[in-house]
Ligand binder design. Structure first.
Ligand SMILES: [Zn+2]
Length: 160
């Protein structure tokens, strides 16, 4: 069995990445193939209005570079995009009289990510809007929480 059949050459990886970018809706917005209502653009990031907004002013903020999900975004880029998210949140509140803004990263398909290009959703919240964001779960017992904590710390210590 030829080992090479299981391993992609860097040429092949490049080709596949190119194909992913060519088919990515957000990349198409970045390169102007699909129009969007842009509210911020610089050399690195783009923010535009969601065409199916959850609330008025629902904005999608993306790095122009195609990163599939958070794990692939370099730390410095993540830092800068969060600062921009903070500024845009203020803009949404002031301009649209929103009460607050929910910042949501659907990181991966199981987390609700629909387009495989990392994005931060900025969702302005208004009195009586219909967006149900419920972060309240059910009370769990001490033992279960301790078990989870131990499991996480064990991994953390193993990683250092
Ligand atoms: Zn993309």
């Amino acid at each position: 069995m030829d080992n090479a059949t299981n391993q992609l050459s860097s040429d092949e990886i490049q080709k596949r990445m190119q194909l992913i970018k060519e088919n990515c809706i957000f990349c198409k917005i970045v390169n102007g193939e699909i129009p969007a209502k842009k509210i911020h653009e610089d050399s690195e990031f783009l923010a535009f209005l969601d065409i199916n907004p959850i609330t008025k002013g629902h904005t999608i903020l993306i790095p122009k570079e195609h990163y599939m999900m958070m794990a692939f975004v370099p730390d410095e880029v993540l830092g800068r995009i969060q600062v921009l998210a903070k500024q845009l949140s203020e803009l949404l509140i002031k301009s649209l009289n929103a009460n607050d803004v929910a910042l949501i990263i659907a990181n991966g398909q199981a987390a609700g990510q629909q387009i495989q290009h990392f994005a931060i959703h900025l969702i302005p919240r208004y009195e009586g809007d219909n967006f149900k964001l419920n972060l309240e779960g059910e009370k769990r017992d001490e033992e279960e929480l301790k078990e989870i904590k131990d499991k996480l710390l064990e991994k953390l210590q193993g990683a250092v």
